[in-house]
Write a protein that binds this ligand. Structure first.
Ligand SMILES: CCCCC/C=C\C/C=C\C/C=C\C/C=C\CCCC(=O)SCCNC(=O)CCNC(=O)[C@H](O)C(C)(C)COP(=O)(O)OP(=O)(O)OC[C@H]1O[C@@H](n2cnc3c(N)ncnc32)[C@H](O)[C@@H]1OP(=O)(O)O
Length: 195
């Protein structure tokens, strides 16, 4: 292991004095379904290979509840949910909570505690919230419950999202995917040429 470079990691503890997050005026309101991240999102869009996670806004307008039906195709151990797919579910649900507060942000760091095995056939319910927004940093946390909201805890997660602008996608996404979203070749090339 001597040749493995150690990459420094950093804390994602939200600062204690941060202001309470407020709902973005264009975000859906309490009780409404949230929007999918985009039409091909493998977390929440209705496409093959997606976890098909569905989320709704809670009464506070900021938190969300999400539903994930665990199927055969989500197995890791025999008849049990793959841990990485629980992380995907958290990434999607926490990444949906942040869209209630900020326009676009991407996951920078996430940590997950796996507390109970999740059998195939279970419906997982997740509660996710934004704890604080400080500059570009969006601190989120969530809980996944077995079978019913506030039931037995299957896992918990925290994630730091970092706000990005359209240039993040213009620079890094495949050009054909950007063109499908309406971006012109000139705009894409200009974003890629920028420092
Ligand atoms: C027509 C045009 C179309 C445009 C497209 C429009 C819309 C697209 C539609 C929807 C998609 C929107 C969102 C998707 C959201 C959710 C989907 C589920 C979630 C995901 O699937 S998402 C994919 C996985 N995700 C990534 O693909 C990120 C890869 N990554 C990066 O792209 C960079 O790494 C980035 C941007 C994160 C930061 O880079 P950067 O250069 O902008 O900023 P910088 O490094 O300065 O960080 C700023 C401050 O965050 C702190 N910080 C950074 N990283 C940290 C860490 N790991 N731990 C602790 N602190 C950290 C720094 O310490 C600093 O803090 P401080 O200011 O206090 O010093």
């Amino acid at each position: 292991m001597g040749n493995v470079r150690r990459v420094p990691t950093s804390t994602i503890e939200p600062p204690a004095d941060a202001e309470a997050p407020r709902r973005h005026p264009k975000a859906p309101g309490p009780g409404e379904r949230t929007r999918e991240h985009h039409s091909q999102c493998r977390g929440c869009a209705d496409v093959p290979g997606s976890l098909r996670i569905r989320s709704w806004v809670e009464d506070d307008g900021v938190s969300v509840r999400s539903r994930f039906d665990v199927l055969d195709e989500h197995q890791g151990g025999p008849g049990l949910l793959h841990g990485g797919l629980l992380m995907t579910a958290f990434d999607d649900a926490l990444g949906t909570a942040h869209t209630q507060v900020v326009r676009a942000a991407v996951t920078a760091r996430m940590e997950t505690d796996f507390r109970r095995p999740v059998p195939v056939g279970t419906t997982l319910w997740l509660r996710s919230r934004v704890d604080a927004v400080v500059g570009r940093k969006v601190y989120t946390s969530g809980v996944a419950y077995l079978g019913e909201l506030d039931g037995e805890v299957a896992g918990t997660a925290r994630a730091l999202f970092v706000k990005v602008g359209a240039e993040h996608f213009l620079k890094h996404s495949r050009p054909e995917d950007l063109e499908a979203l309406g971006a012109s070749r000139e705009v894409i090339e200009a974003a890629r040429a920028a420092p």
